[in-house]
Design a protein around this ligand. Structure first.
Ligand code: GLU
Length: 499
C-alpha cells in the first residue's frame, strides 16, 4: 500500500457511527468533508464506524446514507464497515503486543475506581499509570489461562507531549497525562475500541485530512500516538467548532435531536439545509448568504472556518428555506406540496382508467381537482411559505365545503350586520356580471371598494367569507382561483350565516 507520506491526493472521510439517524451536526461534518474533497479534486470516503455492536443498527446506516444522498452528498469510496475489517485491527493489535507497545491489563473496575479517587485527592488528572506493566510473562499467561478478564492498553512513553496543527484552531498541545495515561485499545476478545480503529483506518485508507467536530479534539492526541506506534504518518486535522443554540449555549436537545429526515418531512428543501449547515462554521466572506451546493464546492476552504461556536438559528433556516421555495419552479413546488395535502386528507389521488392520467379529488366536496388547479392554489402562497408543510394550513380553505367556522370573522371595524350583508351582496353582483378575466375582475372589485370611505368595508368581508381566515392571499387571487361558482356559493353561505 502507498504510504501517506508520498500521497499528495486529498482523501477525506465521513465516519459516522450508525447508532442513530443523521442529525444536523453529523450532516455538517459530512458536508464539510464533501466540499473539501470536491474543492481539492480529492476523494470522500464513507466509513461506517460500527464497532459498538449493541448500539449499531442497519436501519441507522440506511438512514445516514439516505440523508446524505438527499443532501446531494456523494462519496467516492465505501461504505467501508469497521465490523468487516476486524482481521486488520487484530493484526495490528498482535503486532503492538509483540513489540511490547501494548500490554494486558487485568485491573478490575473497583481497583481502577480507587486509583482514580487517589489521583483526584492528589489533584492529578485521572489516568492509568501502568500497574499491569510490571506483570511477568508467566503471571500474565497464567491469568489469561484462568480466563481472567482483561483489556489491552497502549504503553505510552513517559512525558509524551502531543502537538498538532489544527487547520481551524491552530496549534493544539496535549500532555499524555491529560489523556488518561495508558488508554485501552481493545477488550478481552480483542475487539478494538474507537480510537484504535479510527487511527488504523485513517492510516489504511490513506486519509490526508481528518475534518470532524470539535468534540473529537481530545481523541486526536490518542490517535496520533497510535499512528506513531504503528509507523504511520499522521493526517492533517481540522476540528469544526461546536454548534450552539441562539442563547450561545449548547444546542438544545430539541434542535440537536432533529434528524435530517425530520427536516425533510417538515418541508425543508435539501438545498436550503445544505446551504444553512455549511454556514454553521464556514463563511467565504461578504454579506451573501445564499449559495448552491455547486458554488460551495468551488468556494469551500478550511481557512474560512471559524474558531468560535456556530449559532443555530431556526429563524434563519426558515428564512433560507423560504428563499429556496421562491426560486422553485411552480410545477416542482406543487409536486412537493401535494403529499402534504394528501396526508392531511384534504385531497386524495384518483387513478383514472386512462393509463398514466392521474387526477385528484377533494376529500370533503368530492369534486375533481387537476394539477393545474392545485398549482394555481400553490402559486398564491409561494411567496410566503417558509416550509412546504405549511401549505396544508395556509391553503386548506380551498378544499373545504364550508370555510366559515364562525361569522365573527366577517366583521370589519364597526360595520353592522346589514352593512356586511350589503358588501357581500355587492361582491356577488360584481362576480356574477364581470367578464371572467383576472385583470377585469380585480379592476371591478377595486372600483367597488373605492366607493366606500374605507376599502376594507368592502374587501374584508368578502375575503373572510371566501377563506374563513384572518390572513390569506388577496380576495382577487382567491376568487380567481376558486372560480366564479364556488366564490358565489361561499359569499351566499356567509350571508346566510349572518341572517
Ligand atoms: N464515529 C465517530 C462519530 O460518529 C466519528 C469519528 C471521527 O470522525 O473520527 O462521532
Amino acid at each position: 500500500m502507498k504510504n501517506n507520506q508520498e500521497n499528495k491526493e486529498v482523501r477525506v472521510r465521513f465516519a459516522p457511527s450508525p447508532t442513530g439517524s443523521l442529525h444536523i451536526g453529523g450532516a455538517r461534518t459530512a458536508l464539510f468533508n464533501y466540499l473539501y474533497a470536491r474543492r481539492n479534486n480529492g476523494k470522500l470516503i464513507l466509513r461506517i464506524e460500527d464497532t459498538d455492536k449493541e448500539r449499531s443498527k442497519k436501519e441507522y446506516e440506511d438512514n445516514i446514507m439516505r440523508s446524505l444522498s438527499w443532501l446531494g452528498i456523494s462519496w467516492d469510496e465505501g461504505p467501508y464497515r469497521q465490523s468487516e475489517r476486524e482481521s486488520i485491527y487484530k493484526e495490528y493489535i498482535e503486532k503492538l503486543l509483540k513489540e511490547e507497545k501494548a500490554y494486558y491489563c487485568f485491573c478490575k473496575k473497583e481497583e481502577l475506581e480507587r486509583m482514580r479517587e487517589e489521583q483526584r485527592d492528589r489533584k492529578e488528572p485521572p489516568r492509568y499509570e501502568g500497574k499491569c506493566l510490571s506483570l511477568s510473562k508467566e503471571e500474565r499467561e497464567r491469568r489469561i489461562e484462568e480466563g481472567k478478564e482483561f483489556v489491552l492498553r497502549l504503553k505510552i512513553p513517559k512525558n509524551e507531549v502531543i502537538e498538532f496543527n489544527d487547520e481551524i484552531k491552530g496549534r493544539v498541545k496535549f500532555d499524555a497525562k491529560d489523556i488518561g495515561g495508558d488508554f485501552v485499545i481493545a477488550r478481552s476478545d480483542f475487539s478494538p475500541l474507537y480510537n484504535f480503529v479510527c487511527a488504523i483506518d485513517d492510516f489504511k485508507m490513506q486519509i490526508s485530512h481528518v475534518i470532524r467536530g470539535e468534540e473529537h479534539t481530545s481523541n486526536t492526541p490518542r490517535q496520533i500516538i497510535i499512528q506513531k506506534m504503528i509507523g504511520a504518518k499522521t493526517p492533517h486535522y481540522a476540528h469544526i467548532s461546536l454548534i450552539l443554540g441562539r442563547d450561545k449555549k449548547k444546542l438544545s436537545k430539541r434542535d440537536a435531536a432533529v434528524s435530517l429526515e425530520d427536516y425533510k418531512n417538515e418541508g425543508y428543501l435539501s438545498q436550503a439545509i445544505s446551504n444553512f449547515i455549511a454556514l454553521l462554521g464556514w463563511h467565504p466572506g461578504g454579506e451573501r448568504e445564499i449559495y448552491s451546493l455547486k458554488e460551495m464546492e468551488q468556494l469551500f476552504s478550511l481557512k474560512d472556518c471559524q474558531k468560535v461556536g456556530a449559532i443555530f438559528d431556526t429563524k434563519k433556516l426558515e428564512y433560507m428555506n423560504g428563499q429556496y421555495i421562491r426560486k422553485m419552479n411552480l410545477d416542482d413546488l406543487t409536486k412537493k406540496c401535494i403529499p402534504y395535502l394528501i396526508n392531511d386528507n384534504l385531497i386524495s389521488q384518483k387513478k383514472d382508467e386512462k393509463e398514466g392520467s392521474t387526477d385528484y379529488k377533494v376529500s370533503e366536496t368530492g369534486e375533481d381537482m387537476d394539477f393545474e388547479k392545485l398549482s394555481s392554489i400553490v402559486s398564491l402562497y409561494q411567496e410566503r411559505m417558509k416550509k412546504i408543510s405549511e401549505i396544508k394550513d395556509i391553503a386548506d380553505d380551498f378544499f373545504k365545503e364550508n370555510v366559515l367556522e364562525s361569522k365573527d370573522i366577517l366583521s370589519w371595524k364597526d360595520m353592522s350586520k346589514e352593512n356586511l350583508i350589503e358588501s357581500l351582496e355587492k361582491g356577488i353582483r360584481v362576480i356574477e356580471s364581470v367578464e371572467w378575466e383576472k385583470s377585469v375582475l380585480e379592476e371591478e372589485l377595486i372600483k367597488e371598494a373605492n366607493t366606500q370611505k374605507d376599502r376594507g368595508r368592502f374587501l374584508w368581508p368578502i375575503r373572510a367569507a371566501l377563506t374563513g381566515k384572518k390572513a390569506s392571499a388577496s380576495p382577487f387571487d382567491v376568487i380567481w382561483v376558486l372560480g366564479r361558482k364556488t366564490s358565489l356559493k361561499r359569499l351566499r353561505m356567509a350571508i346566510n350565516a349572518l341572517n
